[in-house]
Design a binder for this molecule. Structure first.
Ligand code: ADP
Ligand code: MG
Length: 774
């Protein structure tokens, strides 16, 4: 097996390749070299550490331990592709190698304690920070590799962040400034708060603490053993004081969210994103970010806890995975002398999003979306590191660095450009199933490790023209006009020195005239000098502006070029994803077809046996027919001619039999078809018959019912007739017994009453009444 440095194409100039054995090439970087530049500036490659996480119990039972990661020494690690990994597959095809070596500033194995990591990684950055310089620490790796464990740790095993806070408080000791009225402002400034603003700060802080349970107290006693002194504490005589402010935010999908905003916890409110602005001097800062003044380690821990709670709550609410966001905890240390901020430094700890690339198990749309933006910050970070690395090599100097293309790199541009020291802890697990991703992480870190940072010894003075008085003293101190100096600069009296003034009263008229004359020449000379100076300045300014214009134009065109490239890359990514999807689809369809056409092996063998037996039978029959043919054949005289006619008759017979067979077969098919037709028709007829018979049954039932009801009606009719007859006879009897009498003459009213009460009276009975009425 051969090993080769996989980052060959990346590591061109400032790396060395070491030939060890036939094909064994190892990449050895010029790691962590520190050089002193003239003027006290310091130059060193970015420190990149590797931390290998121990296996979890589940991983061990899942057989994830396949010796993929081998730590050779404190700076070299070997990655050995396991079976089934994409890397192994491609190496088997002859593309790439299955064994890779990487070197780091320092490698920490699974057994390393949190305290050892802190001591070995950020200790020098810690001294920088306490000394007024900026520091930045990234944790990089796939999800579940131990990034958060390294940065934050657990209450029992505190990570780097609580240790940095603890070390800072230890350093401050009794020099803590608890006024809370000096607060970080923009990126590198501070502002005074009036009493009302201080009150607001206090209530905001109280609100945060109120929602955090008292469970981070044991942090100090359990996990944090006292750190060894990093930088000597400020001496007792030193009157300087220090204030510590912290902020905690996350970048998700290129949006910045404050993790210390109380509103985040309420379910109803939508969380709003913050803007990243420029302070005018090229430093970016998060606008309206909440800064909390912390006075103790416990307070700082509560702030961290509050932010973490917010982060997971937001992730759950919006169905996001917190592993897809970068979380940044920033500590600002303000040095205060005589109620004035004289120095500000910051330490940012950045827990980067999981570096895993598009997850194949996700749906096509999800993957496309992620490729589109979620990992933009990581992509740009990688590009910036590559560009920074390239800029160090001759011939590639001044290549465009795309800091401004992501929120993350925009915020930390200054640190990469020398205003602080950056370092990175790369976290990996040793699992065989995530080997390919781990390899990708190592490639990324190989680039990061070659980035050289130039850190000036003292912070650079402003390049703006320095306004000085005649005594050479600056008129502006710490950005504030020195009014006294300015007044004296502007006063006319300054033109006369003290001696002149003293002698004035004693001078004669002549002497005075001379003096005036000499002053006039002085004034003239001064004016001339000023004019020349002004012209020079104008010229210089013109040149400078022209240069700036040209530079910015060049930058623009480079930016456009970069943008074009990045879009092309994104397009290519998308194209790849489409290609993948199509391939997957084709594979799936092929698999489906295969399933449809699948014949078990046993069945196939059985079928083949059948075919064999049939073939044998056919040949037997053929033999039989030929022997019959032979018996029937009439031998002819000519032997030579005998075979031909015989063969032809045999063939003819065979053809005839075949055609008969075929005819019969056709006939059978035809008959079968007809049979089938007939069956169908029979079935149809049967169905029709059944339907009709059921209809008939219904009708019969109905007619029976009707007959019954008819009979009943008839019977009732007979009854009625009988009744009518009996009534008639009764009526007849009655009419015989009482013959009709004429009614006595009565009044009209009585007649009407009669008519109404007995309406059934016949007209014959009424007629006499009518006639009776005159
Ligand atoms: P990440 O932030 O990279 O997604 P975590 O830091 O959450 O990963 O780690 C994943 C799991 O592994 C956690 O349960 C964590 O406690 C554990 N873990 C990580 N690193 C170590 C370590 N060095 N020692 C012991 N446990 C670890
Ligand atoms: Mg994490």
């Amino acid at each position: 097996m051969s090993t080769v440095n996989l980052t060959n194409e990346d590591n061109d100039n400032d790396s060395e390749y070491m030939q060890t054995g036939d094909m064994d090439m190892t990449y050895i970087s010029t790691s962590s070299q520190q050089t002193e530049l003239p003027g006290g500036a310091e130059q060193q490659t970015m420190r990149v550490y590797l931390r290998v996480r121990p296996f979890s119990k589940e991983e061990l039972s899942d057989k994830e331990d396949q010796d993929c990661v081998g730590i050779e020494n404190s700076q070299t690690v070997t990655l050995n592709a396991p079976k089934g990994s994409a890397n192994m597959k491609s190496s088997e095809k002859g593309i790439g190698m299955s064994l890779h070596k990487f070197s780091f500033s320092q490698i920490f194995g699974p057994e390393m304690m949190q305290s050892e990591i802190f001591e070995a990684t950020v200790k020098s950055q810690m001294s920088d920070f306490l000394d007024g310089k900026n520091a930045l620490l990234f944790s990089y790796g796939v999800t579940n590799a131990g990034k958060t464990y390294t940065i934050q740790g657990t209450p029992k095993q505190p990570g780097i962040l609580p240790r940095v806070l603890d070390a800072t408080f230890q350093y401050i000791g009794g020099h803590l400034y608890d006024g809370m009225d000096l607060k970080p402002y923009l990126r590198n400034d501070a502002q005074y708060l009036d009493p009302d603003q201080v009150k607001q700060e206090k209530s905001a802080k109280a609100a945060i603490f109120a929602s955090v349970k008292e469970e981070c107290e044991p942090l100090r006693s359990s996990g944090l053993e006292s750190c060894s002194a990093l930088t000597s504490n400020p001496t007792e005589a030193d009157s300087s004081q220090f204030a510590l402010w912290v902020a905690f935010f996350e970048i998700y999908n290129e949006c910045v969210y404050d993790l210390l905003q109380a509103s985040l916890c309420s379910k109803s409110k939508k969380r709003s994103s913050l803007r990243v602005c420029d302070d005018g001097a090229g430093n970016c800062y998060v606008k309206d970010l909440r800064w909390i003044n912390v006075l103790t380690l416990a307070e700082a821990s509560k702030v961290l806890q509050f932010g973490n709670k917010n982060r997971s709550a937001a992730a759950t609410k919006l169905n996001q995975s917190s592993s897809r966001s970068h979380s940044i905890f920033t500590i600002k240390l303000l040095k205060i002398d005589d109620s004035t901020v004289t120095r500000i430094s910051e330490f940012s700890l950045c827990d980067l999003a999981g570096s895993e690339r598009c997850n194949k198990t996700k749906t096509f749309g999800e993957r496309l979306k992620e490729a589109g933006n979620i990992n933009n910050s990581l992509l740009i970070l990688g590009k910036c590191l590559t560009a920074l690395r390239n800029n160090q090599t001759e011939g590639m100097k001044n290549s465009y660095i795309p800091f401004r293309e992501s929120k993350l790199t925009k915020l930390f541009q200054a640190v990469f450009c020398g205003k602080g020291r950056a370092s990175m802890i790369v976290n990996i697990n040793q699992c065989a199933s995530t080997y390919d991703e781990t390899l990708h992480v190592m490639k990324f870190s190989a680039v990061a490790k070659q980035v050289v940072q130039v850190i000036p010894d003292k912070t650079l003075k402003s390049l703006a023209p320095c306004l000085v008085g005649r005594d050479g003293k600056p008129l502006v101190k710490n950005g504030v006009m020195d009014t006294q100096a300015l007044e004296s600069f502007l006063s006319e009296e300054e033109l006369l020195d003290e001696e002149d003034e003293a002698n004035m009263s004693l001078a004669t008229e002549n002497e005075l005239a001379n003096m005036i004359e000499s002053l006039r020449t002085k004034l003239l000379a001064e004016r001339k000098r000023n004019l020349v100076q002004e012209m020079e300045i104008r010229n210089e300014m013109g040149d400078a502006m022209l240069q700036q214009l040209m530079e910015s134009e060049e930058l623009r065109s480079r930016q456009i070029e970069e943008l074009k490239e990045s879009f092309e890359e994104k397009l290519e990514n998308t194209f790849e994803i489409y290609k993948d999807a199509i391939r997957e689809h084709a594979y799936q369809s092929a698999m489906n077809n295969l399933e449809d056409d699948y014949v078990p092996f046993d069945e196939f063998i059985a079928e083949q046996d059948k075919v064999e037996t049939l073939k044998r039978k056919v040949s037997e029959l053929e033999g039989l027919t030929s022997s019959i043919g032979g018996l029937c054949a009439v031998p002819t005289v000519d032997q030579s001619c005998q075979t031909h006619p015989y063969k032809s008759t045999e063939a003819a017979e065979k053809i005839a039999i075949d055609s008969i067979c075929e005819d019969k077969q056709q006939l059978i098919i035809c008959l079968e078809k007809r049979l089938k037709d007939i069956n169908v028709r029979l079935q149809n007829t049967r169905d029709g018959y059944l339907e009709k018979s059921s209809e008939l049954d219904d009708l019969q039932r109905k007619s029976k019912d009707q007959t019954e009801s008819m009979e009943e009606i008839l019977w009732q009719n007979v009854q009625n007739d009988r009744e009518i007859a009996s009534l008639k006879s009764e009526l007849a009897k009655l009419s015989q017994n009482s013959p009709m009498l004429l009614r006595p003459k009565r009044g009209l009213l009585a007649n009407i009453r009669d008519a109404v009460t007995s309406p059934r009276k016949t007209s014959t009975t009424r007629t006499p009444r009518k006639t009776a009425h005159p």
